[in-house]
Design a protein around this ligand. Structure first.
Ligand SMILES: Nc1ncnc2c1ncn2[C@@H]1O[C@H](COP(=O)(O)OP(=O)(O)OP(=O)(O)O)[C@@H](O)[C@H]1O
Ligand SMILES: [Mg+2]
Length: 299
């Protein structure tokens, strides 16, 4: 079992048509035909959208994405049109709302990895490859790769795992030219971001981008970028290959959910329980810390 513990009821705003409830974002279309993306404070873990929100999380994700979009603008166009609140939107939407170009999304999760961990590590341990790419012997959990790699995945529905696919499979699905552009842009953006993060004492282990095509067929960077939800950030000072690295975001939540204190068995059919206040507070602090460390400005 997985999915939403409690299915959220999207807010209705006159002049906006509600299109979609994502795990984290609500999508609307405005009268100009643009997309209005509102990041909620919802949090997901172990394929569940949890019943407890993390206050300000959606604002942190939105502001961090905006900060990165600015720093990447010379590499690739992005989907942001403005941060102006649509007329009639609640004050609660302030800071978490983006008006974006409505794109034809390319159904590939464009993952770049500079370090080995997670599903990449699992595949590497089985056959010394990640997404079919051969890697050298001797790498362990947290090792830096010889060079960043493009490890695409298919986009799964809420409650399902994304599945790693080979580059050839992506080329079959979206065409060779688009696949090549996705790989090139993903690696270029990752490499820029990795260097920016490194200067601030943060390792960008891996990250996921989503791209779309605009009306002219140009490739545009969409969705959120380089947030703790879409990336693994590790404190560089604590980096030690050979063990699981502590991460900036969901560690408290994951640790608590899998501890006896939660009373929850993640392999059961039961939905996860609400988070205790300490876990919510600690998690919020981690999101804020990631924002402050990366941007160098106080939240
Ligand atoms: N510029 C854009 N044009 C069209 N769709 C976009 C754009 N930017 C992001 N999206 C889509 O908006 C949604 C963002 O919502 P969210 O991240 O909460 O969803 P998700 O759980 O990742 O995926 P899903 O929508 O499948 O539930 C994603 O489906 C993403 O592909
Ligand atoms: Mg998403």
């Amino acid at each position: 079992m997985s999915g939403f513990v409690e299915k959220p009821e999207p807010l209705q705003v006159p002049g906006l048509v509600h299109l979609h409830t994502g795990k984290v974002r609500e999508l609307y279309r405005n009268e100009a035909g643009d997309l209005v993306m509102v990041a909620s404070d919802r949090m997901s873990a172990y394929d569940w959208v949890l019943p407890t929100e993390i206050p300000d999380k959606g604002r942190v994700l939105t502001q961090l994405s905006l900060w990165w979009f600015d720093r990447l603008a010379d590499l690739i166009p992005n989907h942001v049109i403005s941060t102006e609140l649509p007329e009639g939107a609640p004050a609660e939407w302030e800071g978490r709302t983006l008006v974006c170009r409505s794109l034809r999304m390319i159904p590939v999760e464009c993952v770049a990895r500079g370090y080995l961990t997670g599903s990449g590590l699992v595949e590497y341990e089985a056959n010394r490859t990640v997404c079919g790419l051969a890697l050298p012997e001797g790498l362990v959990d947290g090792s830096e790769l010889p060079a960043p790699i493009f490890t695409p995945a298919t986009k799964a529905a809420v409650g399902e795992h994304d599945e790693n696919v080979s580059y050839e499979e992506v080329a079959r699905q979206v065409g060779a030219e688009t696949a090549a552009q996705l790989r090139q842009s993903t690696l270029a953006v990752y490499s820029r971001a990795r260097d920016v993060a490194r200067d601030r004492g943060i390792i960008l282990a891996d990250t996921k981008f989503e791209f779309g095509h605009d009306e002219a067929g140009g490739l545009v960077l969409a969705d959120e970028v380089l947030t703790p939800d879409s990336s693994r950030f590790w404190p560089a000072a604590e980096w030690e290959p050979g063990r699981a690295q502590s991460s900036y975001d969901k560690q408290f939540v994951r640790d608590w959910l899998t501890s006896p204190a939660s009373g929850w068995d993640r392999h059961s059919e039961q939905p996860p329980p609400p988070l205790p206040r300490e876990v919510v507070e600690a998690t919020r602090a981690k999101y804020v810390e990631a924002y402050e460390l990366l941007t160098g400005t106080a939240w």
